[in-house]
Write a protein that binds this ligand. Sequence first.
Ligand code: ADP
Ligand code: MG
Length: 715
Amino acid sequence: MTARQKAIEAISSHKVTSTQNYLEHAGEDIYGSYVFHEAAQRQFLAKAVFKKLRRTIEGIEPFDPAIADAVAQGVKEWAMAHGATHYTHWFVPMTGATAEKHDSFLNPAGEGQTIAEFSGKVLLQGEPDASSFPSGGIRATFEARGYTAWDVTSPIFLQVEPNGVTLTIPTAFVSYTGEALDHKIPLLRSQEALGKQALRVLRWFGNSTSSRVFTNIGPEQEYFLVDRRLAEQRPDILLAGRTLFGAPSPKGQELEDQYFGAIRERILAFMMDLDRELWRLGIPSKTRHNEVAPGQFEMAPVYESASVGSDHNMLVMSVMKRLAPQHGLALLMHEKPFKGVNGSGKHNNWSMGTDDGENLLEPGRDPHANAQFLAVLAAIIRGVHTHADLLRATVADAGNDHRLGANEAPPAIVSIFLGEQLEDVVMQLESGVASSSKKSGKIELGVSSLPVLPMDATDRNRTSPFAFTGNKFEFRAVGSSAPIYWPQTVLNTIVADSMEKLADDLEKLAPNDMAGLSKILSAIVKEHKQVLFSGNGYSEEWHAEAAKRGLPNNKSTVDALPALETEKAKKVFSKFGVLSERELAARAEINWERYVKVQNIEANCAIEMAKTMILPATAKYLAEISVAASVSKGVKQVSDKVAALADKLVDGIHALEKAHHGAHEAGSLHAEAKTYKEKVIPAQEALREVVDELETLVSDELWPLPKYRELLFQY
Ligand code: ADP
Ligand code: MG
């Protein structure tokens, strides 16, 4: 029996085992049990310390170092009561994965004795060696010093594993020179920038009660699960996170029976496990369902503040990765694990709110009469139009290149969908005052026993990258594996830029000068309405139309990343102190490097698999049918075809090797990336075509790689 057959036999007798005592741990009783949340803080901290800490967490005052030791003591007691022996500063370096280094609480105290120690200093600041994290040129290898600093706004939590517990402190990561080396710091800076400008706008509208404006996010997370025993037989899945070869399965997603379909027992067991783990971590996991492609699923949390929500999304991904093997599953977080079926994204729902509970994106029943909402909306339209290229660059990477613009995900053209009602109101604004809002209706089902449904004023548009969905925008172009700090950072910054202009203009007007306001909004709409589009974003016509409107259409990472290197980009980031020129340049550099490295890994992997797995299987098959070919014309035909493909395979390997070599020789990083895009990827695609055709001819028994039909349907 081959390894594939063994795996399939094992899958067919796989038993789903229960991993959660769901009656005892129903939900609300476990929610946040791994988190040093408000109730735990109250219990483990002296009253005065507790009160002061809360004021920092709620953004009212900066952290007072005088309470650091007392807080650390309380945190330690709480953690040790839960069995913790170690602590770690947890951060998100520019690798895009989280990082942590564990230290134990124990300190030797004389012969055979230890005491558990955890000081305020250790809580506040860590010093991981920064030299082995990407810095985009900010740090040389010999300049190793970097610091982690406690992010008081993100809850401290426990990582609970079968053999012990680690106290985990979310932190920001900076270099010795004070430059951001992580994804968190720029996000926090962008929040402050946006909050400040938005508050100026609110003040003009007479709001005197709110003291802070911040952003909320709800990232919907798509992912694939396949059987681990099959996945581990594929070097491409292990190393590249996606299949580099694979003929289409005879059945794909065409019956449309997967989306929202009944969830298989084994998958549901994973999801239930996941939900409980997330609840324990205080992550408000809410929605779970089958997605469009076979083997594809989605989870969505309830929205939270942008920085906590972004941290939580990192945790969601890592908890998924940890739990999947316990269910005999492999998690594929890649944007496009399988050619020919849908890939995975992360819909990033985004809104702005005040500390006293107002959502600035809530249009109300009569949006035309809601002047403040219209002003905020106009500012967003201007920000997104002015910096569409930047927003596009935030979702550019090798994985997402397989998805964007592929008629399953939004196009690479950034446009805004407002829906019929709002678009109508915005068009009225152009010519002066908006005086009416199209009304929502009712949906009669024609069956007396069924309820009459209220109809939303606006339909949805799944093809738009940036869609208004009721009281929030949904940025739908983010890749499934990407951390979401960076897209948020850019969104906040470009909206802050536009809000600043709006506030400058408003502050020149007398309070309540609605005619003056109309003039400002009308000018914004006139200049920026080109970015509004409610048609089919997948269509050819839109590409032509967008070009006419002058909207950027940066189809690949190589086309998109230069947007980070323009004067316009430098200006907008440095103006608000979100990123200095050096910090921005570092980010661009890291993105280019990452693209090149991913393509390099994929090319290496494809070459090795073709040489050591596909070619031997092909040769073996030719030998196996050679006798039959000498007596059967039909078999001879097949044998000739396979022999010809074997030659093509070897040629294809050589061509890819040559192109790959060319990339290494290209010189600059930009030139290397360009060579990967223009030469290596096409060579790899050509090789794939040969391999995929061989897969349809070579004996199933000899084929060394688990096939699409097995990966997508056998779990
Ligand atoms: P939709 O059906 O429009 O996709 P859902 O209700 O399913 O909306 O929510 C999708 C995600 O958007 C969820 O994570 C949800 O918590 C989040 N969300 C809802 N309202 C807001 C808001 N005002 N700001 C940010 N995210 C929000
Ligand atoms: Mg949605």
